[in-house]
Design a protein around this ligand. Structure first.
Ligand SMILES: *[C@@H]1O[C@H](CO)[C@@H](O)[C@H](O)[C@H]1NC(C)=O
Length: 135
């Protein structure tokens, strides 16, 4: 009797811990990264297949993640397929990580022209400051 009461208390405590801990973990995943956005042309530069595998073109809503965050570029990164929300001076977009950017620094993203125009503006600008987080 004593023992079953104790285990019931333990189970309830574990459930409370799980309920309380879950939102904290979720908030932790919303870490914001800052960096520089550039643009690239998958069709003529990186090739029609991203480092992650799926096909990509100049109009795909995809980004190439900087090398330090992507990891080994000859492998599929844990970032592959992740949706991210990018905000720049022009606006915000949601994009999918599908490629790696070898020369990009931590926090940087290489965008397709369609995304660059929405986040930074005219392609002539070339680069712009961005913030992004997992969507
Ligand atoms: C990257 O992955 C490839 C393929 O698995 C492996 O051969 C190579 O050694 C790795 N490079 C690094 C720096 O870990």
């Amino acid at each position: 009797m004593m023992r079953s009461t104790l285990s019931l208390v333990l189970v309830v405590m574990m459930m409370i811990t799980m309920i309380v801990a879950a939102p904290i973990e979720k908030r932790g995943k919303k870490k914001t990264y800052k960096g520089t956005a550039t643009w690239f042309l998958p069709a003529s530069e990186g090739g029609s297949t991203g480092a992650c595998g799926p096909k990509e073109g100049n109009h795909s809503p995809i980004v190439a993640l900087n090398h330090p965050q992507y990891g080994n570029m000859s492998k599929k990164s844990k970032w592959c397929g992740k949706k991210i929300r990018i905000t720049g001076p022009k606006g915000s977009v949601t994009a999918t990580v599908n490629d790696a950017c070898p020369e990009c620094k931590h926090g940087d993203l290489d965008l397709t022209p369609v995304l660059f125009k929405k986040v930074i503006g005219d392609m002539d600008i070339g680069v712009g400051k961005i913030k992004w987080h997992l969507a």
